[in-house]
Structures are given as structure tokens and as C-alpha cells.
Design a protein. Structure first.
Length: 654
């Protein structure tokens, strides 16, 4: 676009004409005074100059044609560009635009020129544009404004799209267009609707749970951090509720993961319906949820009372079952409450940990309970963290031991098996049973490495007993296998390699598992179990009768042995179960388990036998093997070896 040069007026034109005529007369007078030779030379020079001018004119004509072609190309590119272009004056009025912008707005070209750009934006965004336009137009480089533009579609239906406005100034003076209007600013308008939707989706996913749509842990950290700052600033107290669904895994395993997901969605919807809009319901992951109460109080008692009322209301709300895939599921929750700040310098992680600790205490007290965090729980939590840290180094420092509890034949009274039991010889607390740390190992994943170590120790020890001739091939040792181990596809391969390395008959091993691993949906575990069964390893169901397995699954599983729960054995005794009718029912139940096992060609082990009466009752029912303090406590390796040696000598003397 050329600069606009002011045109001369009539007086200026007359003056120029007079000056030109004066020079022409002077040149003619000078020419007439020349001799013939000089005049001929001058005429020749004029002819050459005329030819030069004609050549220059030809070049100018060709340049003009090229310029016209380039200009047409520019107009094509300008109008067909994938973005909208518009030239604006200082006020934001559109002086010129390309066809793309016309199409973006769904307008006619003539309805755009002469109108302010802001007129084509949705009303709610016009104020935003006006407030930022002056600063933008003064220095538009590296800036943009995102606003919603109106689009007039077919049948005058108006929708909108998100347009991103970028621009540059022509220069300090601007450019005059063909209409003589001064263009100051060239703006580029691109449709970024999809980009904005993608950005919004990414932002939502960053702060929300993908399954339930609830805010996630990241959002909780932001809100709780602000709540702690508010509490510190105003000397007030807030509350955090940490909730965990009771026995969610049982539902997940028995009905499948799809049903489990549906349960989580319905559970979150029911809870959300009971909360105020300003309260925050968060899914932490799995079956854990958190409620951050927005209201803060001047003392801890008020904050605690308000939190307890809400927790009680939430528990009551869940009294009505949830319908999951045509099944009515009764859901209960354990709730831990932390009133914050507990300590003046508590951080976000401290508050969450406190509520989590209280929740686990609620679970240990019978589930479907509410428990507040207090100083004693703080001490327990610290002890747990210390124990977890020490557990991580216990294996490397060789602090674990394997003890063996003999399993006795009900017919011969001789040792025909044993259960391998883990013990931790803590450097300060002495010998610890698994009940004090096995849950931590499961939660932290330490059970994988420790479980593999246990298996290696047992295989090596059985082979050593066989080499010493104290047990031959008849002793079968039971090893407790974690669900986490059976979730690993390579577990069966590691067992096979171990058995081959020690040349041990697989029938010498019995893997004890829980009933939950027999549920139909746990296909990964079942595949590993089938592979181990094909190697010759026997599976035993520990605490049978207290879980959720069905007879159909039991019939079609890799199970060779049932282990009657210690609870049933104990309830056979009057001192533990004073109700005679209840004792008869327990006896009938145990008899049914033994009969079913026999019918399915399975062995039966009764554990927890402490009295002669229990032994006689179970032997009379046909129980194959017995285990308990009546026969022996779990023994260190050396003591178990001596017991086997004594039995071997006794057998040899016969």
C-alpha cells in the first residue's frame, strides 16, 4: 500500500507551468546559437536519450505487470488465509478485512466494514475486549486476547466460537487505504475453540478424578493449603474427614471391576448430594474419599462437633443400599476426622495423614465407625512410620526368620507336614509375629521381595531335611502366599526355577491362599494358580468358611486342601462358646466342610487345636491333619529339625 501524498492546488500548478516554459525558451535560444556540428551532435544525444527512456518505460511496464501479478497473488493469499485479517483504526473500527474473517463471522463483506470489531463479539466478552484494547493496540507484539465471537449460521441461527486476536502496528504513521482511511493496526483472528476445549479438558483432568469427576488429590492440596493459611491467619479451626469404603474389595472381586467402578460413582453421587456447595468432596484414589469442610470455627470443640454431625449424617445416608448391576449392595464407611491445625506448624500432608490414621483406627474398631485423631494416634502413626522404615532394611540385615509349626496326622499322630511362618527378630523389640507388620508389608509392596525370600528359605530347608534323611519325601510344607505375588505373571516361572535349582519335588510344597483369591473375577491370579498346579504345587484355602468363595468356584479351582478356620475350632469348646445350640451348629458346619472336601477329593487341615477334646472331635469328623499348640508352637529351624530327627529315630527303632 503506497503512502498518500497531498495533491498540488491550481496556483501551484500555474507556477510550475510558467517555470517549465521559461526553461524551454532558454534551451531553444541556446540551441539556435550552436553551429551545425554541435546541433547534430546534440540531436544525436537526444535520440539516444529518447531510446533509453523508451527502454526504461518498457522495464517499468514489465515491472508494473509483475507488480499487478504479485498484488493479485497477495490478495488471493490474504483472502484465502486460514486465519482472519482485519485492519483497524485507532478506535477499533474495521477498515479492511479478508474473506476468511467474513466466513468466520458468517457475515457479508459489506456488513463488516465500518463497524467496530467489538460489535461482533458476544455481549459478555465485549467489556473484556474494551478494557484491554488500548494497551493491546499500543503494543500488540507478543500479546493476544481470547474472546468469543458471534457466528451467524443458516436461518440466522447465532452460535459462537473462541477467537484469538493477535496483531501488529503498521508503523508510527499508519497506512492510508484505498478509501483514504488511516490504518493503524493489523489484527489476526484465529478460531481456537478446539484448542480451548483441549486446554479445559487437560486442566479438568489435572484437578479431577477421571472415574467419578470429583476433585482429586491435587485440588485437595490447593484447597487445604488455603484453609490452613486461613486458620493460621484468623486463629480458627477446620476439619477434614477421611473415608474408606468397608470391604470394597469383596464387591470388586465378586461382581467384577465394572461393578466396583459403578459402586464408586453411585457412592460419590450420594455423598455429594449431602454436602454443601462450598464443601469439597475428593476422591483420593481407590475406595478412599475426603471431605474438606469450608466452615471454620473459633475453637476445636465446635469444629469437631460440626464434623461429627456431618460424619454421622453421611453414615446414616448410606443405610439405603445401592443398586449395582441388579444387585442391592449395602455400603458402609469408616471415617477418620482431623481437626486442624493440630500443631501450629502442620502442613497439608500432616492433616491428611492425621485423618488417614484416625480412619484406620475406625476400621480396627469394627468398621462403619467414626474416629477422631488425637495425640495417642499421632504416636501410633509415628511408630508405624518407624516400623515401615525398619522393615525396608530388615531383609537386607537378615532380621527375618522362618519358624515351622508341625502338622500332625489324625490317624498316626506323626508329623506329616508343617506351616512356614515368618518371624521378625527386631533388634529392640525382640521376636515379632506377622500380625504386627504384615499389613505394612502388603501396603508398601515389601511382601513381594520378602515372600520370595521365604519361599527360597523353605525350599532350601526342605531339601536339607531330605538330604539328612529325617523326612524323606512325605513332609509337605505350607507357605502363605500373598495376593500380590499371584498377581505377578512371572511368579510361576520363579517357583519353577527354584524347584529345579534344588531338585525338589513340587508336591512337597503347599501354597496357602485366602478365599478371596478364588473369586471368578480374579482371572490373573487364577491363571498363575493353574500354571503352578501344572507344576505339581498344591493349594490350600486358609481360614475356609470365613470368606466369600462359592462352591462352583471351589469345584473348578486348583485347590487340593481346605484349612478349617481357627474360629470354628475354638467355638467347639464350652469355655469359648457357652451356647450349646451354637456349638452344635459349629460342629455341623465343620462336619459339612469335611464332608464336602472329601467329596471333592481334597485334604482337610484343622488349625488352632489347643485341647484334647478338640482333637477328638475333629478326628471323629474325619479331619486329615491337625495343627495347634496342643502339638507344638511354631518352632525355630533347629528345634523343628530335632523334632523330625526324634520322629525319624522312633520310626527306625520300630
Amino acid at each position: 500500500m503506497d503512502r498518500k501524498v497531498p495533491a498540488p492546488d491550481n496556483e501551484q500548478k500555474a507556477s510550475l507551468r510558467e517555470a517549465a516554459e521559461h526553461k524551454a525558451r532558454k534551451y531553444l535560444n541556446d540551441f539556435q546559437q550552436l553551429n551545425k556540428a554541435d546541433r547534430d551532435q546534440l540531436l544525436q544525444e537526444l535520440q539516444v536519450h529518447q531510446i533509453e527512456l523508451e527502454l526504461q518505460n518498457e522495464e517499468l511496464r514489465e515491472a508494473h505487470i509483475q507488480l499487478e501479478y504479485t498484488h493479485r497473488q497477495y490478495l488471493d493469499l490474504y483472502n484465502e488465509a486460514p486465519v482472519g485479517y482485519a485492519s483497524l483504526d485507532e478506535s477499533g473500527m474495521i477498515l479492511r478485512c479478508n474473506q476468511t474473517l467474513v466466513d468466520l463471522l458468517g457475515c457479508q463483506d459489506q456488513t463488516i466494514h465500518g463497524h467496530a470489531l467489538v460489535e461482533f463479539m458476544v455481549e459478555e466478552d465485549q467489556a473484556l475486549f474494551r478494557s484491554r484494547f488500548k494497551a493491546f493496540s499500543n503494543k500488540p507484539e507478543n500479546k493476544h486476547i481470547d474472546v468469543r465471537f458471534k457466528y451467524k449460521g443458516e436461518q440466522d441461527v447465532t452460535t459462537s466460537f473462541v477467537g484469538r486476536i493477535q496483531g501488529r502496528r503498521h508503523d508510527d504513521y499508519g497506512l492510508y487505504n484505498a478509501r483514504g482511511k488511516l490504518e493503524k493496526l493489523l489484527v489476526v483472528i484465529s478460531d481456537v475453540t478446539e484448542l480451548k476445549l483441549s486446554e479445559a479438558k487437560i486442566a479438568f483432568q489435572a484437578y479431577h478424578d477421571s472415574l467419578t469427576g470429583l476433585p482429586n488429590r491435587t485440588r485437595l492440596h490447593d484447597r487445604l493449603d488455603a484453609a490452613l493459611a486461613q486458620a493460621t491467619r484468623h486463629n480458627t479451626y477446620g476439619a477434614l474427614l477421611f473415608m474408606d469404603l468397608d470391604r470394597f474389595k469383596n464387591v470388586n472381586d465378586s461382581l467384577g471391576h465394572q461393578a466396583g467402578d459403578q459402586l464408586l460413582i453411585l457412592f460419590s453421587e450420594r455423598l455429594n448430594g449431602q454436602l454443601r456447595r462450598e464443601d469439597l468432596l475428593v476422591r483420593m484414589g481407590g475406595d478412599e474419599f475426603v471431605v474438606l469442610l469450608s466452615e471454620q470455627h473459633s475453637d476445636t470443640n465446635q469444629a469437631a462437633l460440626h464434623a461429627q454431625r456431618l460424619a454421622t449424617h453421611l453414615i446414616d445416608t448410606l443405610n439405603d443400599p445401592l443398586r449395582i448391576m441388579s444387585n442391592l449392595i449395602q455400603v458402609t464407611v469408616s471415617i477418620g476426622i482431623a481437626v486442624f491445625p493440630f500443631q501450629p506448624n502442620d502442613l497439608v500432608g500432616d492433616v491428611i495423614r492425621q485423618a488417614d490414621t484416625a480412619m484406620y483406627q475406625a476400621k480396627s474398631e469394627g468398621r462403619n465407625q467414626i474416629h477422631f485423631f488425637h495425640a495417642e494416634l499421632e504416636q501410633r502413626a509415628r511408630q508405624r512410620l518407624t516400623l515401615e522404615s525398619e522393615l525396608r532394611s530388615a531383609l537386607d540385615q537378615q532380621q527375618f526368620e522362618i519358624h515351622y509349626q508341625p502338622q500332625i496326622s489324625s490317624r498316626s499322630g506323626r508329623i506329616i507336614g508343617a506351616e512356614a511362618l515368618l518371624r521378625w527378630r527386631h533388634p529392640e523389640m525382640g521376636l515379632l509375629a506377622p500380625s504386627e507388620y504384615i499389613r505394612i508389608m502388603e501396603e508398601t509392596g515389601l511382601i513381594i521381595a520378602t515372600g520370595q525370600w521365604i519361599l527360597e528359605q523353605v525350599v532350601a530347608q526342605v531339601k536339607q531335611w531330605q538330604a539328612a534323611g529325617v523326612c524323606r519325601n512325605r513332609l509337605r510344607v505350607a507357605v502363605n502366599i500373598s495376593p500380590s505375588q499371584l498377581q505377578i505373571e512371572q511368579f510361576s516361572d520363579s517357583v519353577e526355577k527354584l524347584l529345579k535349582a534344588y531338585a525338589l519335588n513340587p508336591s512337597c510344597l503347599v501354597f496357602e491362599i485366602t478365599e478371596n483369591l478364588l473369586l471368578p473375577d480374579d482371572s490373573a491370579c487364577r491363571a498363575v494358580m493353574r500354571r503352578l498346579e501344572s507344576l505339581g504345587v498344591t493349594f490350600s484355602v486358609d481360614d475356609f468358611g470365613t470368606g466369600y468363595s462359592s462352591l462352583f468356584v471351589l469345584q473348578n479351582s486348583s485347590i487340593g486342601q481346605l484349612k478349617i478356620a481357627q474360629q470354628f475350632v475354638r467355638d467347639l469348646e464350652p469355655q469359648h462358646n457357652k451356647d450349646e445350640e451354637s456349638r452344635r451348629n459349629v460342629l455341623a458346619l465343620v462336619n459339612a466342610i469335611v464332608s464336602m472336601a472329601k467329596a471333592l477329593d481334597m485334604g482337610v487341615v484343622a488349625e488352632g487345636i489347643e485341647t484334647e477334646n478338640q482333637r477328638q472331635l475333629l478326628a471323629g469328623l474325619g479331619c486329615d491333619m491337625m495343627q495347634g499348640y496342643l502339638f507344638a508352637h511354631p518352632l525355630p529351624v533347629d528345634d523343628m529339625t530335632r523334632l523330625l530327627e526324634e520322629q525319624f529315630k522312633e520310626n527306625s527303632s520300630r
